[in-house]
Design a protein around this ligand. Structure first.
Ligand SMILES: Nc1ncnc2c1ncn2[C@@H]1O[C@H](COP(=O)(O)OP(=O)(O)OP(=O)(O)O)[C@@H](O)[C@H]1O
Length: 703
């Protein structure tokens, strides 16, 4: 790709960035200082304050034309106007605007502001709020640029059977998670429909061989994938997939891909692409958040004259103003699930009583995978009761998604939640970024997220594409110091409407009271979960909770209470001496030290075996427990209750194919984090890992 050249379907005159730039400069002189960023950002930021789904209005565009030199092109705001000067191919425009296709009319801010720049070939860093159409912002001009490339056989455009060799790959999109890669591919195929352009995916957890065969048979112009699988495919000469003519690289959720966890893979992928001094490469980065820490990496990756399109004002939290965000203090960690049930029930009951509310469709985010499982299991147990089925909650879909599920189950959960009218998705951070589930009314974050960016991206799963939504953060009172330090300024207001959040669950509740009804249901639901799942949830939270409280001791006490009172378990999980040492814990902190023999003996350890709490015969720790020499629960779990074995193939991606073996986790962060739940670093299989997190057998994280 030659910068600034006129392409076949390109503009008839060179498009320059002077138009928006000069506006930016002019506006900058008129705005108060804090509103005057140095890039294209000022214009967009000003607009976004006044619109629910940030778009540049026609009037604004006209004003822009007036303000700028008459010979320079105006920003285009309507998709249909992209036909002007053949800027975008008619087929692409039709795919976007036709009512029986995507049915979109007006471009969003980020789409308007980046389109010309991308078609022109500039490197871009684009920052825009969650749910404002960044995917189309990079897909439309990128697909157009492939069509514009004279070396792509455009005579086949419009013939669906057009075949290309794998080496025809012109653009690569890297996504941190498998689901997001698949979602982008679905969108790309819609945009490219009928153009002859071929879109393929390469994501971990799917059959590598089948994916390769598809690329080889059908060809590929645009490849979308997760870092691990892309790296494997491009580095392995036997795959026959290379990209010698590739000239566009896109990092979606760029800040995530540039953080320590993914950066080595992304760098390696770049090194496998053609030398940019020989084949000019345009690099595009998109995200809602661009924390300062990654700017250095951004600068190293983009050309020095890259454009920074920023639709988020510098003093602004990149969440939507129209999303009410509520903070609920819970008395104990065990109060979160009752509070979640109460929130859902209250909403559905109000709806059933005639209030005009959309059906309750929520994502509940947890900080460890094991918590998503125990919570989803408990709610599913509750949903089996006839009382629940006959209530306003009766039609709720209760789904679980995390990196420990097989990819087939992950995809099924995501698809079912997409289709669900009402329901709750119990999720780890695999869905926190980019996922576009329609009509999510509530995002509930349980426990403080690992960082501010995670909070923002999780919240961004609601109030997308101009819709309304609510954000809730449930946290233990003792987490408030860390909350303030870690998340900084956020527009949360305290909410005390959920009675069960503050109830003392060590008490007995009568079913005659509203709070009692909620609490008792959750207690029963949890009682039917198996003991091993609860132990895993405890272990998963060890890493997260100790990082969220002021002292480890306080955290362990809260966790122990959750385990005994909330989970109704009799005796605490035993931590191996090695794990305790690794965590810097001692008995005084309130943990139970041992070698797992009690768990083995008891086959789990439910207080109320009669209430179905323990399904000891199903294994739990009993099959593996702690093997002592291998380090606490984690290794025992590998072999039995924690069933890490099942995780191996699924998380390693390629290991299933037998070519690498072993499984990988994001140990390179030197933390509790396992790659899968922040993204699919687990797709990688080559990096040796043996980090703290392994001791937990879970995707929990540490700070
Ligand atoms: N111009 C538009 N008009 C109306 N809807 C749009 C437009 N562009 C995109 N959308 C829709 O808005 C939703 C959000 O878009 P998208 O997923 O690209 O957001 P995003 O900015 O990438 O969000 P995130 O930061 O969470 O990744 C999608 O359902 C998409 O189809």
């Amino acid at each position: 790709m030659m910068l600034g050249t006129v392409r076949r379907f390109g503009v008839s005159h060179a498009l320059r960035a002077t138009a928006p730039r000069s506006i930016s400069a002019r506006l900058a002189t008129q705005l108060p200082k804090w509103q005057a960023p140095s890039t294209l950002s000022s214009l967009a930021a000003t607009r976004s304050l006044h619109s629910s789904f940030p778009r540049l209005s026609a009037a604004t565009a006209e004003a822009i034309v007036e303000e700028t030199e008459p010979s320079k092109p105006a920003l285009i705001t309507e998709f249909s106007d992209l036909a002007t000067d053949n800027l975008i191919h008619n087929k692409i425009i039709k795919n976007i605007v036709q009512p029986d296709r995507m049915n979109l009319k007006t471009m969003t801010e980020v789409q308007s502001l980046t389109l010309n720049e991308i078609v022109k070939g500039d490197d871009i860093l684009a920052q825009a709020k969650t749910g404002t159409g960044k995917t189309l912002a990079f897909l439309v001009p990128t697909l157009q640029n492939i069509l514009n490339d004279p070396s792509v056989d455009v005579s086949k455009v419009g013939r669906r059977s057009a075949r290309t060799a794998p080496s025809e790959i012109r653009a690569l999109i890297i996504s941190p998670t498998r689901e997001l890669a698949e979602q982008i591919a679905v969108e790309a195929k819609k945009v490219a429909f009928g153009t002859g352009l071929i879109v393929q995916t390469a994501v971990g957890g799917t059959q590598k061989r089948a994916g390769l065969a598809k690329i080889q048979q059908e060809g590929c112009h645009l490849l979308i994938g997760t870092p691990g699988r892309l790296k494997d495919i491009l580095s392995d000469p036997w795959t026959g997939v290379s990209a010698p003519k590739l000239n566009t690289l896109i990092l979606d959720e760029a800040d995530r891909l540039l953080d320590q966890g993914f950066a080595p893979d992304v760098e390696e992928i770049q090194s496998l692409l053609p030398d940019p001094t020989k084949v000019d490469r345009q690099t595009l980065m998109f995200s809602a958040t661009v924390p300062r820490e990654v700017m250095q990496m951004v600068r190293q990756t983009l050309k020095p004259d890259f454009k920074h399109v920023n639709t988020v004002r510098e003093d602004e939290v990149p969440t939507h103003h129209r999303v009410p965000q509520k903070l609920v203090y819970t008395r104990g960690l065990e109060n979160s699930l009752p509070a979640l049930l109460e929130l859902a029930q209250n909403w559905q009951t109000r709806r059933a009583n005639g209030e005009e509310l959309r059906p309750f469709k929520a994502i509940a985010y947890f900080n460890s995978t094991a918590e998503t499982k125990v919570s989803a299991d408990a709610f599913n147990n509750i949903a089996r009761t006839s009382e629940f089925r006959q209530s306003a909650m009766g039609n709720m879909r209760l789904l679980e998604i995390n990196s420990r599920l097989t990819q087939a189950l992950r995809t099924r959960s995501a698809d079912n939640f997409r289709k669900a009218r009402e329901g709750i998705l119990f999720s780890s951070d695999v869905t926190a970024r980019g996922m576009d589930f329609p009509d999510v009314t509530h995002v509930v974050q349980i426990g403080i997220p690992r960082d501010r960016e995670t909070y923002i991206h999780r919240l961004g799963r609601t109030a997308r594409a101009g819709k309304e939504g609510e954000g809730w953060l449930f946290m233990h009172r003792a987490e408030s110091d860390v909350y303030r330090k870690r998340l900084g300024r956020l527009p949360l207001t305290l909410d005390t409407s959920l009675e069960s959040a503050d109830a003392d669950l060590s008490q007995t509740f009568s079913n005659d009271t509203s709070v009692g009804k909620v609490v008792n249901k959750v207690t029963e639901g949890l009682a039917q979960c198996d003991g091993a799942t609860k132990v895993k949830a405890y272990m998963g939270q060890l890493g997260t909770t100790t990082g969220n409280f002021n002292s480890k001791r306080e955290a362990i006490q809260a966790l122990n209470q959750m385990f005994t009172v909330g989970y109704n378990m009799q005796s605490l999980p035993e931590l191996s001496p090695r794990l305790m040492q690794q965590m810097g814990l001692n008995r005084i902190d309130g943990v139970s030290m041992g070698d797992g023999s009690r768990q083995r003996r008891e086959g789990g350890f439910s207080r109320g075996g009669d209430r179905g709490g323990d399904r000891g015969s199903r294994g739990g720790f009993s099959r593996g427990g702690d093997r002592g020499d291998r380090g606490g629960f984690s290794r025992g779990g590998d072999r039995g209750g924690f069933s890490r074995g099942g995780d191996r193939g699924e998380r390693s991606g390629f290991s299933r194919g037998g070519d690498r073996g072993g499984f990988s986790r994001g140990g390179d962060r030197g933390s509790f984090t396992r790659g899968g739940d922040r993204g699919d670093r687990g797709d990688r299989s080559s990096r040796p890992r043996r980090s703290f997190d392994e001791s937990f057998g879970d995707d929990s994280f540490r700070f």
